[in-house]
Design a protein around this ligand. Sequence first.
Ligand code: PEP
Ligand code: MG
Length: 744
Amino acid sequence: MYSNVVLGVEHERFEAVLANKKRIDNVDSDADFNIEQLNWIINAYKNTVERFTNATFPQDPYDQLKGAIEAVFNSWQNKRAVTYRKINNIPDSWGTGATVQAMVFGNLNDKSGTGVAFTRNPSNGNKELYGEYLINAQGEDVVAGIRTPHPMKKIKNIKQESLESKFPKVYKEILEISTKLENHFKEVQDIEFTIENEDIYLLQTRKAKRTAQASVKIAIDMQKEGIVTKEEALTMVDANSITNLLHPQFVDSQQKELFNKALNASPGAAVGEIVFDADKAEEEAGKGREVILVRDETSPEDIHGMHSSVGILTTKGGMTSHAAVVARGMGKPCVVGAESLIIDHSSKTISNGSTTLNEGDIISIDGGLGEIYIGVLQSEPPKPSEEFNILMDWCDEFKRLKIRANAETITDTKKSLEFGAEGIGLCRTEHMFFEGDRIIPMREMIMSDTKQGRERALSKLIKYQISDFEDLFMLLKDKPITVRLLDPPMHEFLPKSDIEMTELGNAIGVSPAHIREMLVKLSESNPMLGHRGVRLGLSYPEIYEMQVEAILRAAYNLNKNEKLSVSPEIMIPLIMNAEELSQMKQYLLEKINQLEEELKFTFNFTIGTMIELPSAALNSSSIAEHAEFFSFGTNDLTQTTLGLSRDDASKFLNSYVENDIFLEDPFVSIDQGSVGKVVEISISEGKSSNKDLKIGVCGEHAGESNSIQFFNTLQIDYISCSPFRIPTAKLAAAQAEIIKTNLL
Ligand code: PEP
Ligand code: MG
């Protein structure tokens, strides 16, 4: 190990010597070698070192110690440490430390051993000592997954002797230590220990990595046990990771072809193509494929491949092996220790004895049950646990920000309400034009050269819009909804293939040549900075007028038929300045007046705008004179503030993050120094002219924990995110308020 870690000689060189000697001398286990054989191996090792480093193995213990310490510091810069920091957003500037300890020997005799234990089960959160150990072995042997370790507690039908029965005194001592450590650190601990002649030594203790499921249960349990307060419990759970709990599970009632069953290291359902090495996994995932990394065991070198995979399967190792620990930390489904599966690297196959699968074949793995199936299995949404519901209720006690959803379909709205959304903060109406037959009149409208033609097509669309809004309003009852008028450039709605063009031509009575002509006419070099949002609204006011009519007619119908009083928030996208908003608003108010006269009804509604251009932020004081609310579209605002295309920048953003130009992808976590400042300026300008201005955020950042922490420091009333991010938003909002008001 020293030669590998400190001197940089490949581990396999020594494994080869050992394996050879075992084969020649017919020895089964490392511990069975006699003195003479060990001396032979030591000599062979020394020769190996000399051959590969051109120097003899250092014999002075001080030189050895210095080398070891240097290796620890150098490890900060190795590829796996760099990748780990990148995945976990740890700044490169932190640096590392080294602790020098006296050595104890777990491989002294059969009264010795080594192990890893968690003070609670890191997979499901149950309160039990959970871990593994090996008799007559040293440190790395357990985590390396080379020998199959023994359990801590007696387990029925498992022949390997548990720590509890082999070393009852040590077992009892570890239990006592666990309680002491948990009470001290107020956290579940992951401990490494060595037993030397039945005496226990703790080598290390640290906060235990756990699945999202375990994390929630542990937080609630520790509060109940009086170890932590409610506020501490809420901050123990990583807000970004709890979306893992909402991920699908396999449907029970379906035909399944079991390939193998092994250890359930990290829960969840994953379906993907088999890939046998980490680089390939990264490459395939980069092409948009879903892959499952299948290895005998993983090591830190595989981190990038694990990160790129939807699930992980190993044939060796236990519940504390590298694969298991890392997968749990990443929230990925993982099955380990599938010992009866044989991987053949030369033919790139994996076999269970009767069936052989190739690289690229699809498997489905259930990390909660430890099962591996051949082919694609269907999945369904999970049922949230009791602890999860308690956690969500606690969030409501602490959070200040209201949480809304970005949703426009019935399914998404129902889901959002189930997750606790307090309204809809962004209903992207363009999504309503793609469903079923609607796309035909939409395309007909775009194809029309005249206002009359457009109005004819819009009169077909309005009935769909009215019934869509009625359905949404019915579901939401008294909860608020912000409806955004059409935003994307027109060409996004047009047919792409020849077949589609012919079909459209037949449906609306124009030639495919005319359609092609329109496609050319509507195409733009920079569509995201082009004819979209309010710019379209001003060019073709009849479109927004139709949408507003639909929204208000739906509200009227529900008022008459269901006695429901709906007060929609009508939102105009991509405003640059006050004049633009005021002109657009004029069109809409005229339409609304006409409607009120026709129906003899006074509508309740507000009109506001999105702030997604720096210009809008700088003009916020005059814009706010015409707006009752602002909603920050931080996706476009990031794009336009940083001048980074949200569709293309991913090509180089990774390297920007790697090189510390950004700590995180600015489309994921808000860039506080730039976009964050723009938001701050806009709020202060907006409030200066309209103190009642309601303020929300509806870009993707509204579902990301660090960004939410930042938003909570500003005068923002609500954040709105996609349905599956709502629990994250609730928890992050509660944590942000707890931190801000120093409740810890
Ligand atoms: C935004 O730009 O942040 C936003 C919410 O709008 P969209 O993503 O639809 O452009
Ligand atoms: Mg936008």
